[in-house]
Design a protein around this ligand. Structure first.
Ligand code: UDP
Length: 325
């Protein structure tokens, strides 16, 4: 297939692009490099620098022959979204509406969309399946849910085949036998595993651990970490199976909850570093515990995560960290 990957210079987008190229697809990456890195675009992809809002219609012409779009380009920082919600509505929602309009005009009928498990907010009942209630706790999650709703209508009214993949906590890196590697390089970094790795590497003195008095077994928040290569494989399965007019949603995680302290312990084991921790106040808007049920993806897509163990996820993230920094 000929595919447009928006955000293909970012973390998950670059990993998916690498796997799409391995599978023989032709890939055009569109990325404005506001958070991505040009050198993360896998060789073999055509790279176009620009915003989705500005370039989607230019690229997706009826003659260009695109078979589908994988849409990763978005702002992803929860804290920033609380302070500057307008940027999230503009980039994540208005940007996607522009993309949908261009796809409609060009007759491109396959879309894989990066949604998020955080659309579910804080739920008592775990694990979280796709039909669990939604209740976004911040503008970032709300912007992703808004697009999910837009895709419902686009599929029903205009025949788009649209799959929303609701990621839980993506981590790890794609490490390949030819020595190339694709991983997480946010600046500033806000996610737990890469921050703990920075502490292990001596780049930060201590981990600020946001809250240790939650109603969880050790008092710290619980997340479901999923290896980025496993996440990527779900994109390929979804792309290959979605039909025009179909609308699907999949929650993607491993179904295992790890507390923040368990993550710190895993990093200590993998790196051999002591990793000092300082208990800090709770982070506003934090979800207490999130664990995915991915039964639907397993049953319908035949998806089988290969690196579900937290030790493997942290170990690959550490391997990438040492190469990249
Ligand atoms: N966290 C922390 N210290 C940090 C960064 C994150 O204690 O420096 C905690 C955060 O409060 C949350 C968990 O780690 O409980 C996972 O946070 P992350 O931002 O990685 O993912 P998300 O909140 O989006 O699930």
């Amino acid at each position: 297939m000929k595919l447009l990957v928006t955000g293909g210079a970012g973390y998950i987008g670059s990993v998916v692009t690498a796997l799409l190229l391995d599978s023989g697809h032709e890939v055009v990456v569109l990325d404005d490099l506001s958070t991505g890195h040009a050198e993360a675009v896998p060789p073999g992809a055509t790279f176009v620098q620009g915003r989705v809002q500005d370039k989607a219609a230019e690229l997706l012409t009826p003659d260009a022959g695109f078979d589908g779009v994988l849409h990763f380009a978005a702002f992803i920082s929860v804290g920033e979204s609380v302070k500057q919600p307008e940027r999230y509505w503009d980039n994540n929602v208005a940007g996607t509406l522009t993309l949908l309009s261009a796809m409609r005009s060009a007759g491109v009928r396959r879309l894989i969309f990066s949604s998020t498990g955080t659309v579910h907010g804080d739920l008592e009942t775990l694990p979280i399946a796709e039909d669990a209630p939604v209740g976004p706790l911040n503008p970032y999650a709300a912007s992703k849910l808004a697009v999910d709703y837009a895709l419902d209508g686009e599929a029903a009214a205009h025949g788009l085949g649209a799959v929303s993949l609701r990621y839980f906590n993506a981590s790890g890196a794609l490490l390949r036998s030819d020595g190339t590697a694709y991983g997480e390089r946010h600046d500033p970094e806000t996610h737990l595993i890469p921050i703990v790795l920075q502490v292990a590497a001596g780049k930060r003195e201590k981990l600020p651990l946001y809250g240790d008095d939650y109603a969880t077994p050790d008092g710290t928040c619980v997340r479901d970490y999923i290896h980025v290569a496993d996440l990527a494989s779900a994109h390929l399965l979804a792309l290959e199976s979605v039909k025009p007019g179909e609308r699907r949603v999949y929650n993607l995680g491993n179904g295992n909850g790890y507390s923040n302290l368990q993550v710190v312990e895993a990093v200590r084991k993998v790196t051999g570093a002591p990793v000092p921790v300082e208990i800090a106040p709770r982070r506003p808007g934090d979800i207490v515990a999130q664990v995915a049920s991915s039964q639907r993806a397993r049953a319908e897509l035949g998806w089988h995560p290969q690196r579900a163990d937290l030790h493997d996820i942290v170990s690959d993230a550490w391997d990438f960290y040492r190469r990249a920094f």
